[in-house]
Design a protein around this ligand. Structure first.
Ligand SMILES: *Cc1c(COP(=O)(O)O)cnc(C)c1O
Length: 236
C-alpha cells in the first residue's frame, strides 16, 4: 500500500543527499533534477510522488507506461521519459506517450522515432545512452567513437532535440568502478558540449538509488530513482 507521507519523507532525504553531493561538486541542488522511476510500481505511487511535488517520471517499457499513464486524468501536468530500450516497432507509441527518450542507442532508433514524431506531430527530447560498464547485457553505445559518430546524423533530425547523455552505471562494480564510469561519461559530455556549443546540451542523466550521490559528485544533472523513493520494487 503506497504511503504518501513515506514517499514525501524519502524525497526529503534524497533532496538533502543530492544537495550535499552537488555542493561537493561545486554546484547547487537546483542543478540536479530528481526523476521518479515508476517501473513495476502502481499508479498510486505516481500519485504519491506528485503529491510530494515531483513532476519528472521515468518508465522502462512503452507498454507499461501506456497502461499506467494513459489517460493522465487526475495527474498534474508532468514530464514522462522513456529510460529503457526502445524497439523500433514501438517508436510510434513512444512518440505519443513520452516527452523524452533517454535511451537512444542507435542512429536507426533515432530515425524511427523521428518518423513517428512526424506522424504524431510532436517534437521529443532525446539523450544518447552510453554503455559505460561494458556489460554485454546492457544497452547503449558500445564506444565513445560510435556515440560521437551518431551525433551529427541525430542533430539533423528536425523533430528530435538532443539534450545530452545517459548511462546506467556498473551495477556489480565497486565504488571506484562506478565513479570511473560516471567520470568517463561526464568527460564525454564536456567534449560534446565543446564541439557543439550552439546546441542546448544540458542533461547528463546518471545515478540510480544505489549510486546517485557518486553520480552527482561526478556532474550528473538528473538522477533516476525508484527504490530510494518508493521502497522495494514488486515483480513485473
Ligand atoms: C530501474 C531503473 C532506474 C531506477 O532504479 P532504482 O535502483 O530503483 O533507483 C533508473 N534507471 C534505469 C534505466 C532503470 O532501469
Amino acid at each position: 500500500m503506497p504511503d504518501t507521507a513515506e514517499v514525501a519523507r524519502n524525497l526529503e532525504k534524497i533532496r538533502g543527499a543530492v544537495a550535499r553531493a552537488a555542493e561537493r561538486s561545486g554546484r547547487g541542488a537546483q542543478e540536479v533534477a530528481v526523476m521518479a522511476v515508476t517501473k513495476n510500481f502502481p499508479l498510486e505511487q505516481v500519485q504519491a510522488a506528485c503529491a510530494a511535488g515531483l513532476r519528472l517520471f521515468g518508465e522502462n517499457r512503452v507498454q507499461e507506461a501506456e497502461a499506467k499513464y494513459v489517460p493522465r486524468g487526475g495527474l498534474p501536468p508532468l514530464a514522462l521519459h522513456l529510460i529503457g530500450h526502445l524497439q523500433r516497432n514501438k517508436a510510434r507509441k513512444a512518440a505519443e506517450l513520452f516527452e523524452a527518450v533517454q535511451s537512444i542507442d542507435k542512429i536507426q532508433t533515432a530515425q524511427a522515432l523521428e518518423a513517428a514524431c512526424v506522424t504524431a506531430g510532436r517534437t521529443l527530447e532525446v539523450l544518447l545512452e552510453m554503455n559505460t560498464s561494458g556489460e554485454p547485457t546492457k544497452f547503449g553505445f558500445e564506444s565513445e567513437e560510435a556515440l560521437l559518430a551518431a551525433v551529427e546524423p541525430i542533430l539533423g533530425l528536425p523533430h528530435l532535440r538532443l539534450r545530452g547523455l545517459m548511462t546506467v552505471g556498473p551495477l556489480a562494480g565497486d565504488r571506484d568502478e562506478v565513479r570511473g564510469a560516471f567520470r568517463r561519461l561526464a568527460r564525454l559530455f564536456e567534449r560534446l558540449r565543446a564541439v557543439y556549443p550552439e546546441q542546448a546540451l544540458d542533461t547528463l542523466s546518471m545515478g540510480m538509488s544505489g549510486d546517485f550521490e557518486t553520480a552527482v559528485e561526478e556532474g550528473s544533472t538528473l538522477v533516476r530513482l525508484g527504490t530510494a523513493l518508493f521502497g522495494a520494487r514488486g515483480n513485473p
